[in-house]
Design a protein around this ligand. Structure first.
Ligand code: ZN
Length: 404
């Protein structure tokens, strides 16, 4: 696998790299723009200049026709094959709220539910209670203690929360307690493998019984269902794989979570906008970091809202930030997305994602604008997202020759 090879060849010195991600930046033709994409429609003098002196290509976050979530999309461009490095649902829920999982943590999703007098489920989502009520319920569950494990209960949104058990000997081989149907009772905690899950079954059962006692007189959320048990195992870090000292600048917990998963240190953005993010990227460089991931969320959220005008505005806003990023003094600057989020679809999609690399010896002069069309015809061609890292390391002079 190419990322293993890049890992073997990586050097502990060389240029400093910026990976700036416009989340969901790729798009498809917009009828209201006479068939132009938001990247084509946007006025981007700074990105144009960078393109003219850099190279374009496009990456496939997971594979042809495969639509990624933002978690796998980011893991891919961080140099991890997202099919090989799976993150469980419970772990993703915890990462999504910025919880820093440790090796061996057992995470699960909680749904608050409504139970009838006889204990059967009347509503699996407790009428989608407000996030405020979810916060209150979680606060009441937080003091639950079980000898030998640490327990963290965290609110997510509406009827959703998550729980993390930290202690030795836990296993993820546990069935969901959610039968997936109303009119049935929550299932007892049972093992899904023949051995090795006794400790986890005991701990989770204890937790549910104590939580049920606390919730039983509440309305409408008087019960809970646990799903998606996932044991968190350490990911190899970017330091371990590529000898980098990586930093992350991201405003949203989900992206900070994925970044911390691969060992990036967080640098705070103040104010919480692009100007603060540029300052934080500069701080990271000055603190000796040699790889900085910077995340711009709003290209994705405007795409998911189907708001093509806003997506253009977000691209132009990012363009205005480019001179500030250049001033930080990175040797290699990469601008890309974690996946495409076409406005007409209002969803993530499988379409390839434009990549711009500036810095290092490159076949420049092929492209003039950072767009889907030019990226597809760019000097870098089409490649897997997890191969981006070796291109960046090579551009920064951080890869040794393969063989004599
Ligand atoms: Zn995304």
């Amino acid at each position: 696998m190419s990322s293993n090879l890049a890992s073997r060849l990586s050097l502990d010195h060389g240029g400093k790299i910026l990976l700036a991600v416009m989340d969901g930046v790729g798009d498809i033709p917009i009828p209201e723009f006479d068939g132009l994409t938001p990247l084509e429609k946007a006025v981007t003098p700074n990105l144009d200049k960078l393109t003219a002196t850099g190279v374009l290509g496009q990456h496939l976050p997971v594979g042809r026709g495969i639509t990624p979530g933002s978690g796998p999309g980011h893991l891919s461009i961080f140099g991890y094959d997202p099919v090989e490095y799976l993150v469980g649902r419970g772990a993703l829920a915890a990462l999504g709220i910025g919880f820093e999982l440790k090796h061996g943590d057992l995470a699960a999703r909680i749904n608050f539910c409504t139970l009838g007098d006889n204990g059967v489920i009347l509503d699996r989502r407790a009428g989608r209670i407000s996030t405020e009520l979810c916060n209150e319920l979680v606060a009441e569950l937080k003091p639950i203690a079980i000898p030998g494990v640490e327990i963290f209960v965290e609110p997510v949104k509406e009827h959703r929360a998550c729980v993390i058990f930290r202690g030795p000997g836990l296993s993820e081989s546990i069935h969901d307690t959610d039968p997936g149907l109303v009119g049935e009772k929550p299932l007892p905690v049972t093992a899904s493998s023949s051995s090795g899950s006794e400790r986890a079954v005991h701990v989770v059962s204890e937790f549910i019984s104590k939580a049920s006692e606390i919730l039983k007189d509440k309305t409408p959320a008087n019960g809970l269902l646990l799903r998606g048990f996932a044991l968190h195992e350490d990911f190899p870090t970017l330091t371990g794989l590529y000898k980098l000292k990586p930093a992350a600048v991201a405003l949203y917990p989900m992206y900070r979570g994925v970044a911390s998963l691969v060992g990036m240190e967080q640098f705070q953005s103040n104010p919480a906008d692009l100007s603060g993010e540029i300052q934080a990227a500069d701080d990271a460089l000055n603190a000796g970091r040699d790889f900085v991931f910077l995340h711009h969320k709003y290209t994705d959220s405007s795409g998911e809202d189907g708001d093509h005008e806003r997506k253009v505005a977000e691209i132009e806003k990012f363009d205005r930030a480019v001179p500030g990023l250049l001033q930080c003094g990175f040797d290699v600057i990469c601008i890309t997305g974690d996946h495409s989020t076409p406005c007409p679809m209002k969803l993530h999609s499988w379409h390839p994602v434009p990549v711009l690399i500036h810095g290092g010896p490159q076949r420049t002069g092929w492209s003039s604008r950072f767009t889907e069309k030019e990226a597809a015809a760019g000097a870098l061609g089409t490649f897997h997202g997890h191969e981006l890292m070796s291109l960046l390391l090579a551009a920064a002079g951080r890869l040794a020759k393969f063989g004599a």
